[in-house]
Design a protein around this ligand. Sequence first.
Ligand code: AMP
Ligand code: ZN
Length: 112
Amino acid sequence: MSCLFCKIIEGSIPSTAVYQDERCYAFADIAPQAPVHVLVTPREHIASMEATTEAHRALLGHLLWVATEIAHTKGLAKGYRLVINTGPEGGQTVDHLHVHLLGGRTLHWPPG
Ligand code: AMP
Ligand code: ZN
């Protein structure tokens, strides 16, 4: 198994856990782009949004719900951003689906 995030989820590569349950694992991004930068990943290896099917609908909803719960626990009452980079032109660099939670500063739009 060569997937970086699968190794993080199983614990063979260290990470700073933020939240976990039977379906997902959330951890601090190693190169934070905002004061709060958390990655929410499914425990199941799914390469990207393009690899999802209708069978993943509930899991995808769960990932967004967990990201929002983390935003609340981090005190991001003034706002935050959830991002799922998808594919090379979408800026995805790790091929294991993940939701970025970014907050704690003013985020600009459009992104680069
Ligand atoms: P993306 O570019 O959307 O695929 O996001 C991948 C994210 O994973 C980037 O924000 C990286 O900083 C982050 N990342 C890469 N390696 C690690 C690691 N070992 N621990 C935590 N975050 C990582
Ligand atoms: Zn994986």
